[in-house]
Design a protein around this ligand. Structure first.
Ligand code: URA
Ligand code: SF4
Length: 192
């Protein structure tokens, strides 16, 4: 018997529920990592490299995420789960549009339902605004932990922003990951 998570993944892989299905995606990027992880990351949507490989955060942003995971949390990505707000690549790396985010939302919600992470870290504004149901900008949301389901949600910046923005956003991302580590430790969880 496939697990509920595998069934969900298979459903998503052939999804045509929004216009991104017909705008040049080559494959659906469902997510990767441990579906039982206590820590989950949620980004925006696949870029060109993610679309090519069918995996989230495997381009330049992903390299930075991997580095920060190792340096601040001492883990590789297989210890966490990584997903995106939209599972298909928006053409030309444009922002995902409201109708696309709404159409794809049930997949993310069901991923979170099944993983039941204690800590969710959102990367960039789209994931934070969707999951916290707010229009507040990410630079104002970050630096805090919000109650979320059975645990907390910790908004941080998108790694692509840190790659462009230099030292300050990078230091802020590091501080947010330390917050995530503390939130896990408060719940008796040490990643390894
Ligand atoms: N940016 C994202 O938001 N998600 C990815 O998977 C890759 C880059
Ligand atoms: Fe389906 Fe989401 Fe892809 Fe749209 S972005 S086609 S809703 S999987």
């Amino acid at each position: 018997m496939p697990t509920a998570f595998e069934t969900l993944r298979h459903e998503a892989l052939s999804c045509t529920a929004c216009k991104l299905a017909g705008l040049g995606r080559t494959q659906v990027v469902f997510g990767m990592g441990d579906p039982e992880a206590p820590l989950m990351f949620v980004g925006e949507g696949p870029g060109a490299e993610e679309d090519r490989q069918g995996l989230p955060f495997v381009g330049r942003s992903g390299k930075l995420l991997d580095q920060l995971l190792e340096e601040e949390l001492g883990v590789t990505r297989d210890r966490v789960y990584i997903a995106n707000v939209v599972k298909c690549r928006p053409p030309g790396n444009r922002d995902p549009q409201p109708d696309e985010i709404a159409a794809c939302r049930p997949y993310l919600e069901r991923q979170i339902d099944l993983i039941r992470p204690q800590v969710v870290v959102t990367l960039g504004k789209f994931a934070a605004q969707l999951l916290l149901d707010t229009t507040e900008g990410v630079t104002r949301l970050r630096g805090r932990a919000f109650p979320f389901r059975d645990g907390v949600l910790i908004p941080t910046l998108h790694p692509a922003y840190a790659l462009r923005g230099g030292g300050t956003p990078l230091a802020q991302m590091r501080a947010d990951l330390v917050r995530a580590k503390q939130a896990l430790a408060e719940r008796g969880i040490v990643l390894s």
